[in-house]
Design a protein around this ligand. Sequence first.
Ligand code: MDE
Ligand code: SF4
Length: 653
Amino acid sequence: MLEQELKLKNNHLKNRLVMGSMHTGLEEGLGNLKKLNAFYQARAEGGVGLIITGGYSPNLRGKLTPFSSTFNSWFDVLKHRTVTKTVHQAGAKICLQLLHAGRYAYHPFNHAPSAIKAPINPYKPKAMSKRAVLSTIKSFARSAHLAEKAGYDGVEIMGSEGYLINEFMAAHTNKRTDEFGGSNENRMRFALEIVKAVRANVSSKFIIVFRLSVHDLVENGSSGSDVQAQAKALEAAGVDIFNTGIGWHEARVPTIASMVPQGAFQDASLLLKQTVSVPVIAVNRINTPELANQILQNGKADLISMARPLLADPDFFNKYSQNNSQNINVCIACNQGCLDNVFKGKRATCLVNPRAGFELEYPLEKAAKAKKVLVVGAGPAGMASACYLAEKGHTVTLIDRSNQMGGQFKLAMQIPGKEDFNYTLTYYQSELDKQGVTVKLATEYNDKMAADYDDVVFATGVRPRLAPINCLDGKRIYAYDEVIRGEVPIGKRVAILGAGGIGFDMVAFLTEQKNKSIAQFKSQWGIDETANSHQALEQIYMLKRSAGRFGSELGKTTGWIHRAVAKQQGVIQLEQCNYVGFSNQGLEIEHKGQQQFLDVDTVIACIGQESNNELYNPHQGEAKFHVIGGAKLAAAIDAKRAIFEALMVARHI
Ligand code: MDE
Ligand code: SF4
């Protein structure tokens, strides 16, 4: 169980929850040190047993980007002492992650076992000379030595995700002919030498975690038996804990996005557990205490790593240990606030917790004067603002004309692969209750109500934009919401108008299965090399008016998955279309100036939304009235912005 202590050979951890490595963007720049401290402090005070920092390179060439952080000097030691002290005072342990980016380093001085360019990096690496190999081993050892001086309890050596050490391990990227290439024994030599050198330069109680790639998910990656041999040798070299690595960054298999079933990779940890006698950490898509405990109880791992779930809720462990798990703000694996930001060079935060990474900038202090506040609309923006306002000490009433809370989230969670969005609703329901918010459903707002309140927040959301298309023969264009709610019949040949997030979600809705099992997921993505996914309809077209790549504005770490699913389902994509008419003949369009009919029986408009701002508009400019979320701007359905604005309006009132 998560709360159990874990004894290591020469050390111990107070419980089984590890905060996995996250590069937040606060690691760089002296000015961010206080913010990074506050970020870790919140998680350590939240009860996590062990924190693993974001990746720090042991030398200059291993830096992820020219501005990324290294850890290799006495100046770094002084700087990091504040972090380790803070974490220790809050009762947790902390390991520094040493990450050499290898061919993923986004600068022209990158190097790797062989000169083979990564498909996701324009900079081709130089092949490392033997001297460079040996000096890199020394750099790891020196950084680990300095990490101990800085007060760290250990290091995590990043040997997965396709970074340098992993590049040595896999024949995919290692074409060397010296003793560091060729057989598995030779390919693992670099990793072994690093671990031995680190062990020789630190004390016996200093923890060495090694993140070993169990599934590379690229061609010519390590086989299961290769991985087992690597794990045994690394254990003998001095590794205290193994962390499970899944998938290189260039892998075209989803590994942490919401469409990955929860706990999908627990068997990878089991493989390690069956191989070594030191503790093993399970990772990826573990976001609830129930699942974590199930994995521990089934003996698949000894520790559970959660990274994003601790962005979403720093108090995860305390809530669990105080029997308050229903009040955990569960990570929904959307990647929108965290990884998508990181891959764009922005600070990581969280869609469901905009205070993550901004602990010092966005505190929520008690209001000087408690007010009566009415929040209109119980979608994500309304629910979040009601909770934040109540947390500040205001007396809050939340109303919605529907008889259910959730707004657009209720639609989102109907999309296969977005089932976890349900957790956010459960969280808000629990939090509204805990904060004493009065919730009145099936209640229409009228202007007379405002007189009873000091402030009114309109979070009335959006409605789908309608398609101005000439329909004949009793045909009609459906809006996406009525399709998702199951209110209209869908034929066999469908045209989806619009190729934004909702258009791609519609493809998933029409073709994918909800609550996919781990076996079905692995089969679809070729992880176990069996059958492929099904196609539910005869044909789907996806049309858009603009020119250019489909789905280019989708999230950086999830867009490619949506595009891959559309391809798997044989969706025909047509750009530069004008929509003309819909009749028994099909959908009439002008495609690149040419008139044509598409033989479809159903047309679904996913062409954006309009704000429900009619209630707010008459009060524009009046200090008592506020508008947030989709009601303010309907540019795209954006729960991240909606919840952020909910926080901002609460800070203001
Ligand atoms: P894109 O647009 O998908 O691809 C660009 C082009 O390359 C092609 N491509 C490939 N061709 C052949 N073979 C391949 N394997 C392959 N891969 C890509 C594409 O088809 C495309 O060609 P085109 O279609 O244009 O002709 O990618 P992008 O350049 O926009 O984005 C690249 C990304 C790095 C963002 C990316 O691929 C990403 O989506 N991968 C997801 C990886 C992931 O989710 N990994 C697992 C979790 S992350 C983790 O465990 C540890 C993370 C440490 C992070 S920090 C975490 C913070 O919270 C450290 C940050 C690392 C920075 C590199
Ligand atoms: Fe999880 Fe989404 Fe928050 Fe990232 S932004 S931590 S994926 S809920």
